[in-house]
Design a protein around this ligand. Sequence first.
Ligand code: FES
Ligand code: FES
Length: 153
Amino acid sequence: MQITVTVNGDEHTADVEPRLLLVHFLRDTLGLTGTHWGCDTSNCGVCVVWLDGTPVKSCTVLAVMADGRTVRTVEGLADGATLDPVQQGFVQCHGLQCGFCTPGMMMTARWLLDRNPDPSENEIREAISGQACRCTGYENIVRSVQWAAVNKS
Ligand code: FES
Ligand code: FES
């Protein structure tokens, strides 16, 4: 099937298998490997991207379901050379260890802060509750999001 998806502002048209998952379309067809792939079963949350402005686990979405829609990935988070405050927060507060969960965490954090600029610790933890950090770095992930809330761009 031919699909056209706008990813981080750029329109991409490709022929894809109907069964291709969005995470694999992003990584393998478009080469956007910032979106990670951990389980394929909706458990780990490392594959979170925005679909029409809402975070989704991209292993639960077929690429054909994104036809005609917009996707934002971690590659679209920075504004040119200027990191998003969420990215800066992860740097400042050591919000990553191995980095496997980090892109998905940052996409959810940006979405949360866009809707709730001053979230409580519980609200941050609830927002990322569907995403696993194998390094168990949740303390610093929460601190990173709090840093971004204080240091808005
Ligand atoms: S790869 Fe999507 S939830 Fe694990
Ligand atoms: S930093 Fe390693 S999985 Fe989260």
